[in-house]
Design a protein around this ligand. Structure first.
Ligand code: PBG
Length: 310
């Protein structure tokens, strides 16, 4: 019997996701493995009062966990795919991408007023440049206000503070078993292209742990792997980080990957969007990045990076 230690952030969502993965693995593990969760506090969990893009972005949630993996204190970790940097550190790999939850953003407003019906000047809470930009593109008369905290905190702020609406990932709500009736509307990609990898999980482990990789492969989902690969190839080639609004969402149409890719300005005044299809996920991601670059996307990325280096 091998004991497998799973590193997890301490938030309810992170623990729920880790428990879900363990449950899936137990169906294949027989009596050979025993799983244990070890909670790890990350920088991203401690810093709650500033915009993520100002303090270093995505890596904040994974660094400590990756150190524990190198030190062999843990064997694997379950991350939200969208929190993963586009490039993996040497020695670690994504060993599995399980079946994907809902990829959409969920718009949640007081009194269930829809996005198109909000009064002019209404306040929408989000800490995501991508969501803020696309909301402003649809409704330039609204006000975006930064909001942070986990799902529970944001729901409380919607009720108690001066927000008319907030936007959360549908996947988080569904995994936490929140009643869908709290959602006013799910935003489709014609209104709000989701974050690359949104709704998918990344199981990260050491690249030389072949036994574990064999087990993780059993819960890998081919659909999620193809679509997320197209999205992440696009993200990687744009070299965007999270200081510029970037979105990407792919689905399969028969044997074709169909990727909607977006790069925008934070004020929503410039929205560059491409839909690319093809059979090879990497090629599709690459083509989307190149088409958007040809239309000036790199300019938006570089501008945003400069703005954030104050
Ligand atoms: N930005 C934080 C984050 N990272 C992953 C999720 C949950 C949904 C997912 O798996 O994509 C969330 C919450 C949110 O954006 O509302």
């Amino acid at each position: 019997m091998r004991k497998i230690v799973v590193g997890s952030r301490r938030s309810n969502l992170a623990i729920t996701q880790s428990e879900w993965v363990i449950e899936q693995l137990e169906k294949h593990a027989g009596d050979s493995y025993d799983f244990e969760i070890k909670k790890i506090v990350t920088k991203g969990d401690q810093i709650l009062n500033v915009t993520l893009s100002k303090v270093g972005g995505k890596g904040l949630f994974v660094k400590e966990i990756e150190k524990a993996m190198f030190d062999k204190e843990i064997d694997f970790a379950v991350h939200s795919m969208k929190d993963m940097p586009a490039v993996m550190p040497k020695g670690l790999v994504i060993g599995s991408i399980p079946v994907r939850e809902d990829h959409r953003d969920a718009f949640i407003s007081n009194d269930h007023i829809r996005l198109e019906d909000l009064r002019s000047g209404a306040v929408v809470g989000t800490s995501s440049l991508r969501r803020g930009s696309q909301i402003l593109a649809a409704r330039p008369d609204l006000t975006i206000q930064w909001i942070r905290g986990n799902i529970e905190t944001r729901m409380r702020k919607l009720k108690e503070e001066n927000f008319d609406a907030i936007i959360l990932a549908a996947a988080g709500l569904k995994r936490m078993n929140w009643n869908e009736s709290i959602v006013t509307q799910f935003l489709e990609q014609n209104v709000c292209v989701p974050a690359v990898g949104q709704g998918a999980l990344a199981i990260e482990c050491r690249e030389d742990d072949e036994e574990l990789l064999g087990l993780l492969a059993k819960i890998n989902d081919d659909y999620a792997t193809k679509t997320v690969t197209a999205e992440r190839t696009f993200l990687h080639l744009l070299n965007g980080g999270c200081s510029v609004p970037i979105g990407g969402y792919a689905y399969l149409d028969g044997d074709q990957v169909v990727l909607t890719a977006l790069v925008a300005s934070a004020d929503g005044k410039t929205i560059l969007k491409e839909v690319v299809r093809g059979t090879n996920p990497e090629e599709v991601g690459k083509e989307a990045a190149e088409s958007l670059k040809a239309r000036g996307a790199q300019h938006l990325v570089d501008e945003a990076i400069e703005e954030n280096q104050e």
